[in-house]
Design a protein around this ligand. Structure first.
Ligand SMILES: N[C@@H](CCC(=O)N[C@@H](CS)C(=O)NCC(=O)O)C(=O)O
Length: 420
């Protein structure tokens, strides 16, 4: 049913699906009485997706990074990761300063994903009171969401007790200096932009501003897709190595200070996969790259979350220590090999990542796979991944310029930082 062997997984009369956020989307699409929990209007859907990916890639990812080593290995709490969780809670507080719910005026599936994360953070003693908008929002969830107590709260309480028990057993628990980790990708100021500051790219739609950095995998996914769609975009290089993502103007568009970000005539959106879905919903001539039919959409989402939550997040965990002057993370190395095997299995009976058609999941995954190759993972030993990768290179418009150059740049930077 699920080669990633994770819960939750659903079996809807033989239709198997994993990845919690893809499952929620599917349940609403297939069984919801209307689309209010997962809107179909492109801009509303985009914000819901942005918040879902903010949870998957940042808030929940950091919660796991903090909590799992304690739970699995009785490790001491890592205060560096603790500070990263607090930074993400601060970003969520900013997001909620404009909205009652995570994605606007209405409760959506983004709230369900985030309430599970935040109530767990509360249960493991993060001080939610420091984030007044988050606190108000969590109280609304507790008050207004049916069965909150017996579903979300009970699970969080269980984690609270389990973790407390372990913490009691850890005798030497030192609080190290708290350090906010900024700048996820690279941290020097050598940069060789591939695009000029503003590049017009083919097509005849209204220009969308795309803030991106050529070496950044999620940026490359968005640029590749924009070219494939033939959109006119203003491609604006944002040099994250020189801190250009930390200016007040940029932070107004994206409090998470990451690239890519788009500005579509005042509509700001971050999270590459939410951006790709939006570009297709808003500007593509048909929905083949991001299908609307519930089961097809669910499979695309499952693959997107597999990339964001597993493959690319393990890749980050593997590379970032090197960017910060350390050694590659061995545990992440093994997890990447495992994820590559899972991806190979997924492609066994499929031409493309989510079936027999090219979709946004392929754009997301190819940015990751090409980066893995650039940092010397041997892709050729996974026959289905290898075949798929070659097909992506052929099928995707301007592949070399939009993706390969940036991947090679990142690979070169990584090699220069590796200690012999
Ligand atoms: N999940 C996000 C990840 C974005 C991300 O981490 N971008 C990195 C570059 S690869 C970045 O902008 N880092 C700069 C920073 O964190 O300040 C997405 O898919 O858009």
């Amino acid at each position: 049913m699920n080669p990633m062997h994770t819960v939750p997984t659903i079996d809807d009369n033989g239709f198997y699906l994993w990845e919690s956020r893809a499952i929620m989307q599917y349940l609403v699409d297939q069984y919801g009485k209307d689309d209010s929990l997962s809107p179909t209007v492109p801009k509303l859907a985009a914000i819901v997706n942005q918040q879902l990916y903010f949870d998957a890639c940042t808030l929940n990812a950091r919660l796991y990074e903090y909590m799992l080593p304690i739970m699995m290995r009785s490790a001491k709490p890592n205060m560096e990761v603790h500070a990263k969780v607090e930074e993400a809670l601060g970003v969520f507080d900013t997001i909620l300063s404009k909205n009652k719910w995570a994605a606007g005026d209405n409760l959506t599936i983004a709230d369900f994903a985030l309430m599970s994360t935040v109530s767990t953070l509360e249960a493991i003693m993060f001080d939610i009171k420091k984030y007044p908008n988050v606190e108000n929002w969590l109280n609304s969830c507790k008050r207004d969401v049916t069965h909150f107590e017996e579903t979300i709260q009970k699970g969080s309480d269980w984690i609270h007790d389990y973790l407390n028990e372990i913490l009691r057993k850890i005798t030497q628990y030192h609080r190290t200096k708290q350090e906010v980790i900024l700048g996820n990708c690279i941290e020097t100021d050598t940069v060789v932009p591939i695009f000029t500051k503003t590049t017009k790219i083919g097509g005849k739609m209204n220009p969308v501003d795309v803030y991106f950095f050529p070496a950044s995998p999620p940026s490359r996914a968005v640029i590749l897709l924009a070219k494939f769609l033939g959109l006119i975009i203003n491609a604006k290089v944002t040099n994250i190595m020189a801190g250009e993502q930390m200016t007040p103007e940029f932070l107004k568009m994206n409090p998470m200070h990451t690239v890519p970000v788009i500005d579509d005539n005042g509509f700001h959106l971050f999270e590459s996969r939410a951006i790709m879905q939006y570009l297709v919903d808003q500007y593509a001539t048909d929905d083949s790259l991001a299908p609307k039919e519930p089961k097809l959409a669910a499979r695309v989402n499952e693959r997107l979350y597999f990339d964001s939550g597993t493959l690319s997040s393990q890749m980050q965990a593997y590379m970032f220590p090197v960017f910060k002057g350390g050694q590659p993370n061995n545990e992440a190395h093994d997890k990447i090999l495992n994820a590559l095997q899972v991806f190979d299995k997924m492609l066994e009976n499929n031409t493309w990542a989510a079936g027999d058609k090219l979709t946004i999941a392929d754009f997301s995954l190819v940015a990751t796979i090409s980066t893995l190759e650039a940092i010397k993972f041997d892709i050729t030993i996974y026959p289905n991944v290898h075949r798929w990768y070659e097909a992506c290179k052929k099928e995707m418009t301007d592949y070399e310029e939009s993706n390969q150059k940036g991947a090679t740049m990142l690979g070169g930077f990584y090699a220069s930082k590796l200690k012999n």
